[in-house]
Design a protein around this ligand. Structure first.
Ligand code: HEC
Ligand code: HEC
Length: 349
């Protein structure tokens, strides 16, 4: 009863409910967005719907893999926040992937692709997994030769790109066009940024102010809260891991770039566990604790940690929604995948 009265009083006086100290400014006003370092993401405007539809089919098509069993969606499952919820992905012939699968949601907003930034954009990236022996285990030639046997694809590529012969260029363009639609606008945090004061709770606002004022935002900023710089994992205290990924050093060959990774987006982070390039942090609580200590030399109290986690959960946006595509059927010439034949056996036969 007493609490209610106080809340009502506060409402009457200032037009808002009493907030914990941090979420208030000096005069007792609830903190409002003021040139924040994080920006809202806009819904994607599709330029060529036919190209997106083709890319969507390819995205879900297992026939791009040697086994006929793995599609892009296997490891970037759009029902699971665009990731796979595994420490590292399962690839061709049960291969254990070397690194955690990042979400594809909002990946079009990243300045480069992959943890080490070795692909400059989505078009360059999309060819990688098809021919990676630990992922889809095929080759571009093989994947394209399979598509060429499927009359529905031959027609659709011709309609979209005006080509008689499918090449890997059109395949990666279509995939990228589809991936560009996978943005997640309208998160509660974006609503708050756009002026809807009550879109986030006091606890969530507190968490945001901790995130901002402790310095998380120095690396996790911009519309994607990341994806715009390489930063060292283990800045204040070294990060201990069995994972062999060298980070950016794998691209530059420079020792100073060891353990430098593209800062991952925190959009939809509630959905994309486990965390870090080695998938070692199972929960957000763990990830926030490690980030605080290793990147900022700051040990958060349980309450502070819970507030930051609550804030991070406001970053979940509208998930992509679409009709599941029906894939073009095989022709009599289309090979059937070989999930049980190891790659080596196939090469020797
Ligand atoms: C076997 C699992 C697997 C499959 C299949 C797979 N990926 Fe990935 N994907 C990964 C992993 C793991 C990474 C991170 C690799 C790295 O950074 O070294 C990744 C990275 C990416 C990225 C970069 C995201 C970022 O933020 O850097 C994009 C985009 C992507 N994949 C799209 C695709 C597309 C398109 C396909 C289908 C053609 C595909 N993936 C198939 C596991 C997979
Ligand atoms: C110096 C730059 C820097 C600072 C400061 C920083 N981070 Fe990070 N953050 C990173 C990098 C780099 C990674 C990826 C590390 C890896 O995977 O090995 C990361 C990863 C994360 C992840 C896991 C995301 C995923 O999908 O795997 C979360 C959650 C996170 N940071 C939250 C925070 C929070 C909360 C703070 C403040 C307490 C913070 N970060 C401060 C650079 C930073």
């Amino acid at each position: 009863m007493k609490k209610l009265t106080m809340a009502l009083l506060a409402c009457g006086a200032f037009g808002f409910v009493a907030a914990p100290a941090m979420a208030q400014q000096a005069e007792g006003e609830r903190y409002k967005p003021n040139n924040e370092l994080i920006q809202v993401i806009e819904a994607h405007k599709v330029e060529n719907q036919a190209e997106v539809e083709l890319g969507k089919k390819l995205w879900f098509d297992n026939r791009l893999s040697r086994s006929g069993f793995i599609s892009c969606n296997s490891c970037h499952n759009l029902m699971l926040g665009g990731a796979d919820h595994l420490v590292s992905s399962v690839g061709d012939y049960w291969a254990q992937g070397p690194i955690n699968s990042p979400t594809v949601l909002n990946s079009s907003l990243n300045f480069v692709q992959f943890w080490d930034g070795r692909a400059k954009d989505l078009r360059e990236q999309a060819g990688g997994p098809i021919e990676n022996p630990l992922e889809m285990g095929s080759t571009h030639d093989l994947a394209v030769s399979v598509l060429k046997t499927i009359p529905g694809y031959v027609e659709e590529f011709k309609a979209v790109y005006g080509v008689d012969e499918i090449t890997i260029e059109e395949v990666t363009s279509a995939l990228a066009a589809f991936e560009e639609t996978l943005v997640t606008p309208n998160s509660r945090f974006d609503q708050w940024l756009s002026g809807k004061d009550d879109a986030i709770s006091d606890q969530e606002l507190n968490g945001y102010l901790l995130f901002k004022n402790s310095g998380c935002v120095a690396c996790h900023n911009g519309p994607n809260l990341g994806g715009n710089s390489f930063q060292r994992m283990g800045l204040v205290e070294p990060y201990v891991t069995d994972n062999e990924a060298a980070g950016r050093a794998g691209v530059t060959g420079q020792d100073v770039d060891r353990m430098n990774f593209k800062v991952p987006t925190l959009r939809n982070v509630e959905l994309t566990y486990p965390y870090f390039h080695d998938g070692a942090a199972r929960t957000l609580t763990e990830a926030v604790d490690i980030m605080g200590r290793l990147q900022l030399g700051k040990k958060f109290t349980d309450e502070e940690n819970a507030d930051i986690v609550a804030f991070l959960k406001t970053l979940t946006g509208d998930q992509p929604e679409f009709t599941i595509p029906v894939l073009h059927p095989n022709s009599d010439e289309t090979p059937i995948g070989q999930p049980w034949a190891p790659q080596e056996a196939e090469k020797n036969s």
